[in-house]
Design a protein around this ligand. Sequence first.
Ligand SMILES: [Zn+2]
Length: 260
Amino acid sequence: MTTVLIMVDGLRPDALAQVAAPSLAGLQARSACTLQARSVTPSVTLPCHTSIFHSVPPQRHGIVTNQWQAMARPLPGLVEQAKGAGRRCYFFHNWEPLRDLNRPEALEYSFYLNNCYTLEGDLVIAEQAARTIAADRPDFAFVYLGTVDVAGHNHGWMSDAYLRQVERVDQGIGAVLAVLSAEETVLLHSDHGGHDRTHGTELPEDMLIPWMIAGPGIRQGHTLSAEISLLDSAPTLARILQVPAHPHWEGRCVEEIFAH
Ligand SMILES: [Zn+2]
């Protein structure tokens, strides 16, 4: 049984209604979903990802740019909590700074390829993830897809090229979903949106993100009314993985996703 977090970097929620993306649409239809989850400030990739995995805002972990630095006040993240409980965690990504999201010896497997600047890059990452998940069945897998953000920077958020890239990446998402059974959980969201050719501000275009989760015991076709932030992903995934949330985490498990 594998729980998967799929990250589509820079995916704006309002893009979903403007693309022909059957995998995303199918996942959304069988998910508990909101198109109004919130990123953190600054809405920049490495600060956001550090917050996703450690459930504290950038003001607490101290990483406020994409330049490497150690966390100001380190705390265990989702992968360390999972590893401590004996779970096997796998990473697949195509943006190199994400290698430092976890402490040494926390991962069982890591696949990195510097290909997020090529149109087909995410498909290579997704196919590698699909093959490896099917073969190894890790407890947790993180699948990071970086090309939609690159399309936004190169052509503008919500431009035709940006929307076509969402459609291209949808094929990769489909490849990952295809190896998961109905008994397995998938959470998909983005780290931030974007406007013009940039992001990082507190504008709604940058701050609002889609957040959708599907799996056993999770409501299907349910629009979430709870306010959800990136800080809530680690506590929610910890619950599903049946590992303890760290007491210093500031987000909370999104109880509304669960069918009762
Ligand atoms: Zn990003």
